[in-house]
Write a protein that binds this ligand. Structure first.
Ligand code: PGA
Length: 255
């Protein structure tokens, strides 16, 4: 974290979990635990069907509700998809794009991730743009090249002004949902590579303002040492965001 230069963001990614009633209950349980913890932005990214219930429960709290994906087209024959305009109309200000599960299981590519990112930005939302290497790439020693390439492709055509609406989540795919966390040193090193890539694209000054989260088995036990690293500006949290106490402890670690 480097709060002097950029905002710390702690975001939960509920994935395909929670009914609307469960979502509302989790928000209500979490809210008092994170009240007044204003040194970071606190977001729950929820399944589409849970957004309204979660928003209602989050009213008057410092918890914001986001979505987990968005389509790039304005409207049309894309069965099962949701547009940025639709999300905007539902009062959604944050959306995850390019999560590795979308890339792995639903065929998303850097090209579609880039298009989705642009659509969300144009609709006024802030994007949590996920990228990261798979295990084979880390073992082959090409992590730096992979994340640099993803950063460039996913942000192609996005201006420095538009980049203000982008948070990057560095998520090593081998660490997601596996209980294997990147060491603080690995997280720091790779977040620094992403920032150096941003500096090449947008200049040093702009790169210093971009929030770069770490994600991948972050929990109440390991959050503090990950967040202590100067280039790790928050977390994108899956499993541990489904438990109020664990998520609140991560928010505490960010204070
Ligand atoms: P995890 O998920 O915390 O359960 O590893 C992180 C993510 O997928 O964003």
């Amino acid at each position: 974290m480097n709060p002097a230069k950029r905002r710390t963001v702690i975001a939960g990614n509920w994935k395909m979990n929670m009914t609307p009633a469960e979502a509302a209950a989790l928000v209500r349980e979490t809210a008092p635990l994170v009240a007044g913890k204003d040194n970071c932005d606190i977001i729950f990214c929820a399944p589409y069907v849970d957004i309204a219930a979660a928003q209602e429960a989050a009213k008057g709290t410092n918890i914001k509700i986001g979505a987990e994906n968005v389509h790039f087209a304005e409207a049309g024959a894309y069965t099962g998809e949701i547009s940025a305009k639709m999300l905007g109309a539902c009062g959604v200000d944050y959306v995850i794009v390019g999560h590795s599960e979308r890339r792995q299981y639903f065929g998303e590519t850097d090209e579609t991730v880039n298009l989705r990112t642009k659509a969300a930005i144009a609709a006024g939302m802030t994007v949590i743009l996920c990228l990261g290497e798979v295990k084979e790439q880390r073992l082959a020693g090409i992590t730096d090249e992979v994340v640099a390439m993803q950063t460039k492709l996913d942000l192609a055509g996005i201006s420095a002004e538009e980049l203000k609406q982008v948070i990057i989540a560095y998520e090593p795919v081998w660490a997601i949902g596996t209980g294997l966390t990147a060491t603080p040193e690995q997280a720091e090193e790779t977040c620094a590579v992403i920032r150096a890539t941003l500096a090449k694209l947008y200049g040093e000054e702009v790169a210093e303002t971009v929030t770069i989260q770490y994600g991948g088995s972050m929990n109440d036990k390991n959050a503090a040492e990950l967040l202590a690293k100067p280039n790790v500006d928050g977390g994108l949290i899956g499993g541990a965001s489904l438990k109020a106490a664990a998520f609140a402890a991560i928010v505490d670690a960010a204070q």
